[in-house]
Design a protein around this ligand. Structure first.
Ligand SMILES: [Zn+2]
Ligand SMILES: [Zn+2]
Length: 267
């Protein structure tokens, strides 16, 4: 299972196409749910969470609303930033090599995906989270992603966790890890302090805001290759900081997996 790691050394070397994805390592048709879900489906018909129409493909989303979700193509092959035309790298990746090997974000953070995400993140709608995880699982099955040793969700500080009751990224990570049989490394990356929301901050303040916000607990076993999972990647400051901390702790290769990537904006 680890053959795919061979040859890339897990590090970002200038001039080497490390972001070229290796052969498929994820199963094509992962099991998303078991018999209780199938039984419920018979008893309660699935309804689209966005428009109320009949759900399709065993989820609470109709064919029409699924078609409205914007796929993130073309995008920067290294950081998944939405681009207008295909390019080998975006301007930011040319200026600064990201601390992660590659980023994969199958959707653009646009309407109507933003509605599902805000219901999931701010209104405790775990059904919306299940739909988002299923969409990600399906997209991952179609992609040529490298299989990581662990999936590591971006952590939430305990104070925010208390307030919200759950970490939406962990809730996304659980079904994805289960579907592909990849260990969940939820304890690998911790948040040492609460930070103010990143939205509305300029690039320098974002970086300052996250300085020393994450750590890897001492003596925690360090996997060689992790997929760092986030729900929405906006400017990428958070995953960059997390990837730096993981690399410093000894993780050889960090890939970023995010549900969606927001378009570029003025930094
Ligand atoms: Zn619908
Ligand atoms: Zn880029």
């Amino acid at each position: 299972m680890r053959n795919f790691l061979r040859g890339n050394g897990g590090t970002a070397r200038p001039g080497v196409s490390i972001w070229r994805r290796e052969p498929v390592n994820l199963p094509r048709s992962p099991k998303v749910d078991g018999w209780p879900a199938r039984l419920l489906r018979i008893v309660l018909p699935l309804r689209c969470l966005l428009c109320g129409d009949r759900g399709s493909r065993a989820r609470d989303l109709c064919v029409g609303c699924e078609r409205d979700l914007a796929l993130n193509t073309p995008c920067c092959p290294r950081c998944a930033l939405p681009l207008e035309a295909p390019a080998p790298l975006c301007g930011e990746c040319i200026d600064r090599t990201p601390p992660f090997a590659t980023a994969w974000a199958p959707f653009r953070y646009e309407h109507p995906l933003d509605l599902l995400e805000s219901r999931f993140k701010f209104r405790g709608d775990l059904a919306a989270g299940r739909v988002l995880a299923a969409l990600m699982i399906e997209r991952a099955s179609d992609e040529r992603l490298s299989r990581p040793d662990a999936i590591v969700p971006v952590p939430l500080h305990v104070s925010r966790l208390r307030e919200r009751g759950y970490n939406q990224v962990l809730e996304l990570a659980k079904p994805i890890a289960r579907a592909f049989g990849i260990p969940l490394g939820a304890g690998l990356l911790r948040r040492s302090r609460a930070t103010v929301a990143q939205s509305g901050l300029d690039a320098a303040s974002r970086r300052r805001n996250l300085r020393d916000a994450f750590f890897v607990p001492e003596k925690h076993p360090i996997p060689a290759h992790v997929a760092l999972l986030d729900d929405v990647m906006t400017t990428g400051t958070t995953v960059r900081e997390c990837a730096r901390v993981l690399r410093r702790a000894g993780v050889q290769r960090v890939d970023v997996w995010a549900l969606a990537r927001a378009p570029a904006r003025r930094r």
